[in-house]
Design a protein around this ligand. Structure first.
Ligand code: PLP
Length: 380
């Protein structure tokens, strides 16, 4: 289907003709399917193989939305990340990774991949001149996030693309913080785009899911790896994700606009020392975000004046919920030192710039004035 993104998010990949004329994709509540003709080479259709109608509709819809050839949904964002890395890399390979990516991804890189013979070097995405020194003859892949979690950094993504293209490296980007409604990395030049679909793509905080979009060969390789890792998405969760995707455009733009309004107001609050948002003109990521993205996404982080203020803020809010995760319709507040990065040592956290007084907000679709009143009251 060729259409604009908001139309694709509602219709692309839908079953045609629709079974029984159903207007939405029915949930195919079956784990296995009748085999075809004896001797035919068709693959077995089985829920763990992510090849049921619910999976196929979502794969096609996400591929259309991201401007890619093929798409695959997975049981979580981490399932998408691990299936992608394990299908692309073998023992002896090396990859470059942006320093300061999501804590679970960092743990996978630091604690698991090396046990299987895959080496990782972390690089500063703002210092492209340092990347070549980190290269090895075995380097295969460069892994980045469109906006990093939780410091909302926008790295030199254009330089990552040209660096990889010139050297035959696979460029992989986690686009969880923006979604294709706000940024489409594949037309920008990346090879693979990943998502925690638990976040903006689904948008209602009621499932865990992930997504991979790339060329057909890479997606098929990831699917075959996922088949054996066992990370397929349940068809019921597929239906919820499909429903969530239909309103992604509306939600992403609204949440982005509200996050920016709050960033501007918090920036001049006496108890806030610093606001991290690439939508603020004095933020290091502002020029890149304005040139590349259609919005800043739902998140912003703040450095508040001291620990008692941070704790009082998290405890005092009434409209925001104190909970991890992001991108849902309800606003959330969290201290990364106590959540996403709780399993890192104090030294590791400080090397990543994650202080005890850092607070991350995920802004939902509530009225922005109620969100502001809530934050202002809790800050005191
Ligand atoms: N990528 C980013 C940027 C995230 O923030 C998260 C989770 O918070 C993940 C990946 C992992 O996603 P999931 O929790 O769906 O496995």
């Amino acid at each position: 289907m060729t259409a604009r993104i908001d139309t694709l998010l509602v219709h692309a990949g839908a079953l045609r003709p629709s079974p029984e004329g159903a207007v939405v994709t029915p949930i195919f509540r079956t784990a296995n399917y009748e085999a075809g003709e004896e001797g035919a080479a068709d693959e077995v259709r089985y829920v763990r193989y992510s090849n049921t109608p619910n999976h196929r509709v979502l794969g096609a819809r996400l591929a259309a939305a991201e401007g890619g050839e093929a798409g695959l949904v997975t049981a979580s964002g981490m399932a998408a990340i691990s299936a992608t890395l394990l299908s692309a890399l073998s023992a002896g390979d090396h990859l470059l990774c942006q320093a300061g990516v999501y804590g679970g991804t960092t743990s996978l890189m630091l604690r698991h991949l090396p046990r299987w013979g895959v080496e990782v070097s972390f690089v500063d995405l703002d210092a492209p001149e340092t990347w070549a020194a980190a290269l090895r003859p075995t380097t295969r892949l460069f892994y980045v996030e469109s906006i990093s979690n939780p410091l909302l950094r926008v790295g030199a993504l254009d330089e990552v693309v040209s660096f990889c293209q010139g050297r035959g490296l696979t460029s992989v980007i986690d686009n969880t913080f923006l979604s294709p409604a706000l940024f489409r990395p594949l037309p920008f030049g990346f090879d693979v785009v990943l998502h925690s679909a638990t976040k903006l793509l689904n948008g209602h905080s009621d499932i865990a899911a992930g997504a991979i979009v790339a060329d057909a060969a890479r997606v098929e390789a990831a699917r075959r790896t996922l088949n054996h890792l066992g990370g397929s998405l349940d068809p019921g969760a597929c239906a919820l994700l499909e429903r969530g995707l239909k309103t992604l455009g509306l939600r992403a733009h609204r949440q982005s606009a509200s996050a920016l309004t709050l960033a501007h107001r918090l920036r001049v609050h006496p108890k806030v020392r610093r606001v991290y948002s690439p939508g603020l003109p004095d933020d290091a990521g502002f020029a890149r975000a304005s040139a590349w993205f259609q919005g800043v996404g739902p998140c912003l982080s703040l450095e508040v004046s001291d620990l008692p203020t941070a704790m009082a803020l998290v405890k005092g809010v009434r409209v925001f919920t104190h909970a991890a995760s992001l991108g849902g319709v309800e606003s959330l507040i969290v201290r990364p030192a106590r959540s996403t990065h709780a399993h890192f040592s104090a030294e590791e956290r400080s090397a990543l710039g994650i202080t005890d007084t850092l607070v991350r907000l995920s802004v939902g679709v509530e009225d922005v004035e109620d969100l502001w009143d809530d934050l202002a009251a809790a800050l005191g």
